[in-house]
Design a protein. Structure first.
Ligand code: ITT
Length: 197
């Protein structure tokens, strides 16, 4: 009898909800979590993001909003592109900057710039009730390309070349991007922790 109860708990744990408005993020996450036997479901509602300099605060705030509605195992993540020579801009404001300036805007800011180091950072927040929230960070270092290249992915993918690659994220398949990305880094840390709960 005790054995059956244990199996029931494990089955419940396999389903995690991802609150995001971004289908690309969801597809990337689903591909990673599958490797750990975790099933992911997209919850499309966009929880209102606060503006803050700290990705972690943004992710935790959004997660608490999602958990106010439904107390169930949920992940939320906030990510941004940090360009060294621009003092980390657009960073936590990447979503806004992408909407207003786009890839071309960053290209203009980087025109004739030799120092092209940049990194994507991601903070993933997990909780199934507001009382305990756990966060995981992911990072990928790389450079801003001289021109946009590739058509896959989303956001700033066409102008980011991860370290140890010659291709931009937008020239890679989803699986290839997942070998390098900030999101994959955070998701793997989360999954390793989660499957041992
Ligand atoms: P959410 O609903 O999950 O918040 P979002 O697309 O608004 O989806 P973020 O606020 O986390 O996500 O993302 C900030 C921006 O940073 C995003 O709009 C992209 O322009 C950029 N970005 C983040 N991760 C990226 C990635 O893996 N590839 C390319 N651009 C990325």
């Amino acid at each position: 009898m005790k054995g059956e109860e244990d199996i029931l708990v494990l089955n419940d744990l396999r389903l995690v909800y991802f609150a995001t408005s971004n289908k690309h993020k969801f597809d990337e996450a689903k591909d990673i979590l599958e490797d750990y036997g975790i099933d992911l479901k997209m919850v499309k509602e966009k929880t209102k993001e606060i503006q803050d300099d700290d990705l972690r605060k943004i992710a935790v705030h959004a997660l608490l909003k999602a958990l106010e509605k439904d107390e169930r195992p949920t992940i939320i993540e906030d990510a941004g592109l940090f360009v060294k020579t621009l003092n980390g801009f657009p960073g936590p404001y990447s979503s806004y900057v992408y909407r207003v300036l786009g890839v071309d805007g960053i290209m203009r800011l980087m025109n004739n710039e030799e120092e092209r180091d940049a990194e994507f950072r991601c903070v993933l927040a997990f909780g199934d009730s507001p009382s305990i929230i756990k966060t995981f960070q992911g990072v990928v270092k790389g450079t801003i390309s001289l021109q946009p290249k590739g058509r896959s992915g989303f956001g700033f993918d066409p102008i980011f070349i991860p370290k140890d690659s010659k291709k931009t994220f937008a020239e890679m398949s989803l699986q290839e991007k997942n070998r390098f990305s900030h999101r994959a880094d955070a998701l793997r840390k989360f999954s390793k922790w989660y499957i041992h709960l």
